[in-house]
Ligand binder design. Structure first.
Ligand code: HEM
Ligand code: NAG
Ligand code: NAG
Ligand code: NAG
Ligand code: NAG
Ligand code: NAG
Ligand code: NAG
Length: 735
């Protein structure tokens, strides 16, 4: 029956491993496993027993998979199932051989695509079916073109929107929809393959992520503010996160549904959301459900389980489950420009190099998105279209998106006024390049030093140079985002978020506020033209304190993610989600990373005393039965901060390590100079390094700000007139 599948046979990238001889016998075994995997995924008994569409209401989510990710999930799930079969019958040792078989098939497939086929018999072709489903998996439009040659003119001069070809030796490294990297080798799964750990090393059940959140991370409405760092630092961190990390969640996937694709109802369900609200959803709905247990005496949630869908499995080999990043991993303003051609096209105006905006209220906003079914507020308060899907996750992201869009359009106008003959495309790409350079400079020069200690900045080579080119580009450096950074370390920023977002008027006086918990995926706060739109929110973030980065999280973060207004408990706890996400991704326990970064090994709780307060050790002891069980996220958030830093040594290491990878692994990094690459020249680099500040970027693109903090992330800092700050000179870039 499988032969009726309307599938495209597309082989995927398999990382080559040491050559192991492929025999006819091993080929047959692998073919057999793949066939059985397909049939099992086809099995009507495996159909989801309930459906999101009938679950009463739409499930609001931030991690929505796009069409390319859905294809990756299909391949991943076939391989996962086939791996299980192979391991059951032959043990783990079969896996390297099985991967060699796939390598062989891949070569054969490539030859065939080149029109140079050694004839592949039809039956064999079917048996080789490890495939991606294109049409039915959600995308009708092809959103990414796969370049056949990274040395063509375009990829030499231009950073591609997907990140493809950034690395010439390994063109897929860091591109959108490609695997996350692992800092600590392997993944930590109960069965060694993909099952989330649920047991303590003592054999008892692991504490539920919500229990950990309640015991260790509840601020009990006692907000502790940072002594110096403003709320802007939080939101810029989130903007960085949304540039480089997007782990898509699993969707409904069943080959049966694809077979019956003529039936529109089923088709609609395929590729749709999983409803993982029920405690038994892992059995009843999908193995990709991972709901979080809530105890009976929970102070906010009156439900037995909190929904969570596992990150989709994009494994490309026989072996361990593996996750992907859907945005390009590079620091390249995916938030502004998107990570696929479709996303990029949706934000461009295609006139004079500019981006689309909405100006119907008398001030600038990103273009409106009337088709966004995830948005909780309704027309006329619709959400927006930006490079990143999560732009309307909460209202304070929109000011940042808008400032970057406005700056892009301002620079585009300047370029056009000086170079009348440049095309839309030429202006767009030049301004995109400059704005990404500015952004990278802001991140390394202003954002990172505010919470990483000087010593780490030096050791990891994170400081911008003066009047010199950075010669540290390393083609061997994998620039990809690490699972540890994405699912744990860089989520530290959730601790900086206030539950309230106070507004300040142009004179710096209070002008009301809104509550984070009531505004997740609601856009109406950005439509308040009577009070000046988003500018008072921005003023508030610049001038007022953020929360201290510590183990405590504000009420909205811990109770109201995605909450429907007026319905207490309809959302989730982001801290629980972070912890559960770590288990989902198979992160190793905290103590393993701790040792990896050079701290003393731990066998009993007290051994933590080199980097934890007594109080925090006791707190840990009250919820975990063994230090070996401590989740990475919780461990990072409970470590004592390093001197001059907002995080402890493990968090600092994982974040510094990632930003080093993003610097030395990016061929287009703004300070780099690489052969046959259109980098900035020294004058251009200096222009950015000397004349670009976040403060000026904000000043230039806001009407109500005339004076701004000299230290942009310090709410106590002196204010200076915007006009005294240096300004980027566009002429420098017009060669
Ligand atoms: C009010 C502020 C914020 C809200 C409401 C928020 C909300 C969320 C949500 C709902 C997720 C998805 C969690 C999951 O399903 O695994 C997430 C992920 C994440 N957040 Fe935040 N966040 C905020 C601020 C920040 C900040 C300040 C940072 C960093 C400094 C940050 C870093 C991240 C990262 C790295 C992820 C993982 C992204 C992914 O898996 O695709 N967030 N956040
Ligand atoms: C799933 O959806 C179909 C069609 O709406 C409905 O008939 C069926 O009862 C639903 N199943 C469950 C378990 O809700
Ligand atoms: C096609 O196959 C022939 C013989 O195997 C080989 O010499 C030639 O290089 C191949 N051409 C391509 C485009 O792969
Ligand atoms: C929104 O949906 C309508 C109808 O489904 C479609 O015609 C239109 O092109 C869509 N707009 C965008 C921006 O996707
Ligand atoms: C919802 O929770 C808030 C506390 O966040 C409480 O003040 C309010 O009374 C609750 N509403 C209902 C209907 O339970
Ligand atoms: C940690 O505890 C041990 C006793 O187990 C003690 O000898 C040591 O001094 C403590 N270290 C710190 C930094 O408190
Ligand atoms: C920076 O701006 C100043 C004044 O606007 C200008 O004179 C200078 O050329 C610019 N570039 C550099 C690299 O300083």
């Amino acid at each position: 029956m499988v032969s009726f599948l309307p599938i495209c046979l597309i082989f995927f990238a398999v990382h080559r491993i040491s050559a192991i001889e492929v025999t006819e016998e091993s080929e047959r075994i692998v073919e057999d496993a793949v066939m059985r995997a397909l049939e099992s995924l086809y099995n009507p008994d495996n159909l989801p027993q309930n459906n999101a569409s009938s679950a009463g209401e739409r499930i609001v989510m931030s991690q929505q998979a796009n069409a390319d990710s859905k294809s990756a999930q299909f391949t991943g799930e076939v391989l996962e199932e086939a791996t299980r079969t192979l391991v059951q019958e032959f043990g783990m040792d079969i896996l390297p051989v099985a991967n060699e078989v796939i390598n062989k098939w891949k070569v054969e497939e490539e030859q065939e695509n080149d029109g140079n086929a050694t004839e592949v018999p039809e039956t064999r072709k079917k048996r080789q079916a490890v495939f991606r489903i294109k049409r039915q998996s959600g995308g009708s439009k092809k959103c990414t073109t796969h370049p056949s040659n990274c040395n063509d003119r375009f990829h030499t001069t231009t950073r591609s929107i997907t990140g493809h070809c950034n690395n010439r030796e390994n063109p897929e490294l860091g591109k959108s929809v490609s695997p996350l990297r692992r800092v600590l080798g392997g993944a930590f799964y109960a069965d060694g393959l993909g099952q989330m750990r649920t047991r303590s090393v003592t054999g008892a059940e692991l504490p539920s992520a919500r229990l950990i959140s309640n015991v260790l991370h509840d601020d009990r409405n006692n907000q502790v503010f940072s002594a110096n760092i403003n709320h802007l630092h939080m939101i810029i961190g989130q903007f960085i996160a949304h540039d480089v990390v997007f782990i898509p969640s699993s969707v409904v996937f069943n080959t049966k549904l694809i077979l019956l694709s003529l039936i529109p109802l089923l088709l609609a369900r395929n590729g749709g959301q999983l409803d993982c609200s029920a405690c038994n959803s892992p059995q009843r709905v999908s193995g990709n459900c991972a709901p979080i247990r809530v105890s009976l005496n929970d102070r906010y949630f009156k439900i037995p389980c909190m929904r969570l869908t596992r990150a989709l499995n994009g494994q490309e080999n026989f072996g361990v489950r593996s996750q992907i990043g859907q945005n390009s991993h590079f620091l390249d303003l995916s938030t502004v420009y998107g990570s696929s051609e479709c996303e990029m096209d949706s934000v461009r105006s295609f006139r004079d190099g500019k981006l689309k905006t909405f100006t119907g209220l008398g001030y600038t906003l990103p273009p409106q998105n009337f088709n966004d079914t995830n948005c909780q507020s309704k027309a006329p308060w619709v959400c927006f279209t930006c490079g990143d899907f999560r732009n309307s996750l909460h209202p304070a992201l929109i000011p940042i998106h808008t400032i970057f869009i406005k700056e892009h359009n301002r620079l585009a106008d300047l370029v056009r006024s000086r170079r009348r003959r440049m095309s839309d495309e030429e202006i767009f790409q030049l301004v995109r390049k400059i704005l990404i350079g500015m952004w990278q400079h802001i991140v390394y020069n202003e954002y990172l030093p505010k919470y990483l200690p000087q010593r780490s900045l030096r050791n990891f080579d994170l400081q911008p140079l003066r009047n010199r080119v950075h010669l540290g580009y390393k083609p061997k450096q994998d620039p990809s985002i690490s699972a540890e950074f994405a699912a744990a370390a860089f989520r530290f920023g959730h601790s900086q978020a206030r539950f309230d977002f106070p507004r300040l008027n142009a004179a710096g006086r209070p002008a009301g506020n809104y509550d984070l918990g009531h505004d997740i995926f609601y856009a109406d706060q950005n439509y308040l033209s009577g009070i000046g739109g988003w500018e008072p929110v921005m003023n508030g973030m610049v001038r007022l304190a953020g929360m201290k980065s510590d183990r405590y999280f504000s009420f909205g973060i811990r109770n109201q993610m995605f909450e429907i207004r007026g319905r207490n408990g309809s959302g989730v706890d982001l801290v629980s989600v972070n912890i559960q996400r770590g288990r989902d991704l198979g992160l190793h326990p905290y103590v393993m990373y701790r040792q990896f970064v050079g701290l003393s090994p731990v066998s009993k709780f007290n051994d933590l005393n080199t980097t934890f307060s007594k109080e925090n050790i006791n707190a840990l002891r009250s919820v975990y039965s063994d230090p070996m069980d401590i989740d990475l996220y919780t461990g990072i958030m409970l470590e004592e901060n390093m001197a001059g830093a907002q995080l402890g040594p493990t968090g600092v290491f994982l974040i510094a390590e990632q930003f080093k990878a993003l610097k030395t692994g990016d061929r287009f990094f703004y300070e780099s100079s690489v052969a046959n690459t259109d980098n900035f020249n020294l004058d251009e680099m200096n222009e950015i390094r000397q004349n670009v500040t976040l403060a000026k970027l904000i000043c230039t693109n806001m009407d109500s700000i005339n004076r701004i903090n000299t230290d942009i992330f310090d709410f106590r800092s002196n204010q200076v007139a915007c006009s005294t700050l240096p300004e980027i000179n566009i002429n420098t870039f017009l060669r």
